[in-house]
Ligand binder design. Structure first.
Ligand SMILES: Nc1ncnc2c1ncn2[C@@H]1O[C@H](COP(=O)(O)OP(=O)(O)OP(=O)(O)O)[C@@H](O)[C@H]1O
Ligand SMILES: [Mg+2]
Length: 249
C-alpha cells in the first residue's frame, strides 16, 4: 500500500517558558499513513493531539520536521490543494455565516467542486438529520447538529485523508453510532484514510486498525487489535490518565 501522508521528525515547541516545562510540546514524531489506514489517536488531555491534527491540516505550523502528502512537502504545495486532500474536522465545529445549505455549498464552491444535493440528502438521512431544514441559520443549530453538518461539509470534498477531532463528543449514543457507521461505509466505498482522536477507548478499538498514543511529548504506534486486548482498566490507567513521568508499557 502506498503512503499518502508522511510525517518526518515533527516537533512543536512548548510555549510555556518555565524551567520545569519541557522545551517541546512534542518532538521527533515520525509516521506514515497509507491508503485506507484507520488510526485512532489517543492520549491524556493536553498532550497535543489537537495541535498535531491542526498542524497536519496546515492550520498551525510545525517548529521542526516535515510533512509530505503523496511525496510533496507542505513547503512546496499550495495550501488550498493540500486542504483538498486533507480534510479536517475541529473539536468544536465551526460554522460559516448563513444557512446550513450555504455552509455546504460554500465549501464546494471554494474548492471548485460541484454541489451534490443527492449526496447531501443521503448523508443527512444517514446521520439522522433528515428533519433539519437546509435553510435554517447554521448558527442556530445545536452543537451536535453542527458537528454532523461539519462532517458532511468535509465529506463533500472527498479528501484522501480525514482528520477527525473528537467529532462525536457532543453526540448521543444513537447519533454516535450513525457517525461511526457512515464513516465505516465511506471508508469502504472511497478508501479514505482516517485519523480519529477520541477519549473513548471502546470507540477507538471499534474504528481503528492502528492506534497512535501521544504521551510525554512522543507518539507510539500500536496495532489496535493487540493494543486493545489489554483490560479496560489497565488501558485507562496507562494511556488515558495523566502520566507521571511513567514509561508507557
Ligand atoms: N506551541 C504550542 N501549541 C499548542 N499548544 C501548546 C503549545 N505549547 C504548549 N501548549 C499547550 O499544550 C496543550 C495542547 O493542547 P491540545 O489541544 O493540542 O491537547 P489535546 O491532546 O488535544 O487535549 P484534549 O484531549 O483536552 O483535547 C495545551 O494545554 C496548550 O496550552
Ligand atoms: Mg484536543
Amino acid at each position: 500500500m502506498s503512503s499518502i501522508f508522511e510525517i518526518q521528525r515533527l516537533a512543536k515547541l512548548n510555549w510555556k517558558s518555565s524551567e520545569q516545562a519541557s522545551k517541546y510540546l512534542f518532538s521527533d514524531i515520525s509516521a506514515e499513513i497509507s491508503e485506507s489506514d484507520r488510526i485512532a489517536l489517543i492520549g491524556a488531555s493536553g498532550q497535543g493531539k489537537s495541535t498535531l491534527l491542526r498542524i497536519m491540516a496546515l492550520l498551525d505550523a510545525p517548529d521542526e520536521g516535515d510533512m509530505l502528502v503523496m511525496g510533496t512537502s507542505f513547503k512546496n504545495m499550495d495550501s488550498r490543494l493540500w486542504r483538498m486532500k486533507i480534510g479536517y474536522m475541529a473539536q468544536q465545529a465551526v460554522m460559516l455565516p448563513g444557512s446550513v445549505e450555504d455552509n455546504l455549498r460554500t465549501v464546494s464552491k471554494l474548492h471548485d467542486r460541484p454541489y451534490d444535493l443527492k449526496l447531501v440528502q443521503r448523508l443527512m438521512e444517514q446521520l439522522g438529520l433528515e428533519q433539519l431544514d437546509l435553510s435554517k441559520k447554521a448558527a442556530d443549530c445545536s452543537g451536535g447538529e453542527k458537528q454532523r453538518i461539519s462532517l458532511i461539509r468535509s465529506l463533500l470534498l472527498r479528501p484522501n485523508v480525514l482528520l477527525l477531532d473528537e467529532i462525536t463528543a457532543s453526540l448521543d449514543i444513537d447519533s454516535t453510532q450513525r457517525v461511526e457507521d457512515l464513516l465505516e461505509q465511506w471508508h469502504k466505498e472511497e478508501g479514505t484514510s482516517m485519523i480519529w482522536v477520541t477519549h473513548d477507548l471502546k470507540q477507538a478499538s471499534r474504528i481503528s486498525t492502528t492506534t497512535w498514543f501521544m504521551g510525554n511529548g512522543k507518539l507510539e504506534q500500536h496495532v489496535s487489535e493487540s493494543f486493545f486486548a489489554k483490560s479496560a482498566e489497565d488501558l485507562a490507567k496507562r494511556f488515558i490518565r495523566p502520566l507521571e513521568g511513567a514509561s508507557f508499557i
